[in-house]
Each structure stands twice: as C-alpha cells, then as structure tokens.
Write a protein that binds this ligand. Sequence first.
Ligand SMILES: Cc1ncc(COP(=O)(O)O)c(C=O)c1O
Length: 458
Amino acid sequence: MTLLHHDITLAGPWVRGDLPGPRSAELLSRQQRRESNARTYPRHLPIAIEEAAGSFVQDMDGNVFIDFLCGAGVLPLGHNPPELVDVVTKQLNRLTHALDLATPAKDAFIEAQLSMLPPGMRDRMKIHFCGPTGANAVDAAIKLCKTATGRGDIVAFQGGFHGSSHAAMAVTGLVEQKAPVSNGMPGVHFFPYSYCTRCPLGLTPDTSATNCVGYLERSLVDANGGIPLPAAVIMELVQGEGGVIPARADFARRVRALTRDLDIPLIVDEVQTGCGRTGTWFAFEQYDIEPDVIVASKGLSGIGTPVAIIMYDARLDVWAPGAHTGTFRGNQLAFAAGAELVRIVRRDDVLDNVWRRAAQISHRLAELEKHPWVREVRGRGLMWGVELADPLDGRPAGKLARTVQANALRRGLILEAGGREDCVVRFLPPLNVRAEVVDTACSILIAALDESSPTPSR
Ligand SMILES: Cc1ncc(COP(=O)(O)O)c(C=O)c1O
C-alpha cells in the first residue's frame, strides 16, 4: 500500500518495534557524525523520513506517523498536496529563479497576498521580498523601521521568538540561544507579554493583562523611563515557540493604541500565525488591529519552497534601493505555489476547516484540564499547546513534555515541545486536516500523557 493510499483510506498511523528502526538509525548516526552540533529536531524526533503525503509521513523503516509538526507550521495543506505539486512541476519547466525581477508568477503571488489583507489595508501596503527565512524578514522589518524613523531602539516581548539571525535573535526572548553570542544587536528592551498562566508580574489572571501593558505604556512616556522612543515594537499575536500563548485582546489593542499615539511602527510577526494558521489569514484580523509592518514566511508557498516577505505601510517606504537585498528573493516555485495556495484556501474554505478542527481539539483536550500535570490547554485556530507543570510546585515540566513527545512518537504521532523549559506539548497540524486524523492524534496525546506522567496520575 502506498503512503498516499494510506492517507486517503486510513486514519491510523502504525509503528512497529523500537524507534529509531534500523534503517533510520543508520542515517541518524551518519547525521550525528557529519552534521552540526546545533541541529535540533532529530534530537527529539529520532526518525529518518522517506516520504510523506497529506497529514502523514513514513520513515525509512516503513513506520507511518501523523505529522502534527508539519515542518514547524510550513505546510498548510500537509505534505505534497497534489495540486501544488502540479503547479510547481509546471513552473519548474518554465522559470525557477529571477532575483527580484518582475515575472508573471511573482505578480500573481503579490496579487494573491494583497488580496488576503483586510480591504482597508490593501491599497496602502507595499511588499518587500526578503531572503527566504522568517528571520531574514524580521531583520528587514527592523531595518525598515529604523530607517523610516531615524531611531535605534526596539521594544520586544518576553517569550517571543523571531528567528536565529543576529537581529532576530536579539529581539527573541530565548536567553539560552543568545547568551553564548556576544555583542548582539544593542537597544532591545523586553517587556512582559500577557502570559496570564504564568503572569510575568506575579499578578492574578484578571489583572495581569492590563498591568503588563500598563507597565509598557508608563515606561514609554516616562521621561525618566530610560528608553528612548523606539523605532518599532515587535510582537507575535500568538507566541508560538514561546509555548502557544495567544495575546489577550485588551493587551494587543492597547499595544496598538500606544504605538499609534506615540508614532511608533508596530511590527506584527505573522511568520507562524499567518497564512490561515489561526483561522483568519492573519492573526491580527481577530484582534481588530492594523499593524504597520507584517512579517510572513513559513506557510506562504504552501509546499515548503522557501519565501519570506514583509508588507508595510507605504509611508515607511523611504529606504534606498538595495537597502535589503539577497540572492534568493526570487523563488518562482514558491510564488507559483503560493498563488495557487490562496486559490485553494478560498475554493475549499480551508479556514472554515481550521475553526471546526479547532473546536474539535478544544473539545477533545478539555478532559486534560483535570490532569494533575496539565497547567493549561490553550490554542487558537490550529496552533495548540498543552502546558505541563509539576502539580506540587507548579514548575514547568519540560522533562515530562519531552517524555510525552517520545511516547507519542512511539504511538505514531509527531509533535513538538516549546515554551518555558519546553514544557508545552504542541500541535501544528495541516489546516485541511481531517476530523478522524485529529481524533486519533488527540487520543494518542492523551494516552502518551497518561503513560508518561509520574504517579499519582488521574
Ligand atoms: C514567529 C516567528 N518568527 C520568526 C521565525 C523564524 O523563521 P525562520 O526559522 O524561517 O527564520 C519563526 C520560526 O519559528 C517564528 O515562529
């Protein structure tokens, strides 16, 4: 039975024997010998992937897994969606790379992206093609705002993740990653995010959102606050790598109001939340705010061919020709697939599936809220996280989350861990995932958590 056939006919994964199987183990050991110590995913997902289709991947030993990592949110229609494969194959024979020159594929892609903006934004936003990573687009957004304002400081939020380049890392909360690298980008100021479950100000959930944004408001207008008026505020509306933390609505709106009042460009990093992941094309639409700069990447092409953009208010467009160049800004395969992705999302009402599957996940995982090791189940659209904490002292249970991840893999489900000390087990399924696959994945997660939790269990 081919894997594609499996995806269409069966909801269940299958895994035989220990992981990694012998053929995967061979590749993993070569990988360990030859690849960088900085490699990440294979450390917790010890499999070598042979092929994939839809929501499933098959490793080299014939084990089939449900993939709820999806290239860290890169595959909105799952692996190798046939229509996108078709479009990419045709484009492959036509034109693959064209720097930032005009091409029909690029033109269609731009048209598609602008058409997904709220009507009031379409005509005033400009688009810039960046080097093909989210981090490069974050760098571009920071440079754009510094150039346009003539200011140098940036406000970012604790727990945020914006990438691993020097500047993107500087605005990222993850201390472990930046501590060994000296002389990072200066002038970054971190403020608390509305992470009410672990309120950074130590307050109760009812008051924390207003207090954390209130602290930002007071700091930026305080003549003795120590922070010059910044070039930009950068924020995620759902902190993804930070542990799937949706911003509270009043928090996000007040950040927008403050930045507007003080004439500070607001950069919304939609690298992970964009392209329909949260149920609207961009997450900011659900907050009723309009950012000045949008950063997008991951799901843009729909098939993993890399592309990254910023879309920004035309009034910021004062940087010079060549201000942010890069050889790989003209991936025609990504453009052709990305335009087709938008067409498919509209045609198949994929966003409606996101809402329905989100309701299903919420319903299925609600039972975990009683589990002694579960601190919170939270999500938005098809970004979900189960935060684990020690029932005795409330400390993040990162070790348990990694055990759950390993046991879920053994049961046939690929998932990721993130958040403080990696204590949040995460779901990032394809946006067109089927109900029975979601159901199986939820059952595996619940079983893996039961199996992994130290006693006393539920
Ligand atoms: C919100 C956000 N911004 C930026 C990035 C960096 O993107 P990339 O890994 O493509 O550089 C990520 C990656 O996970 C992300 O989640």
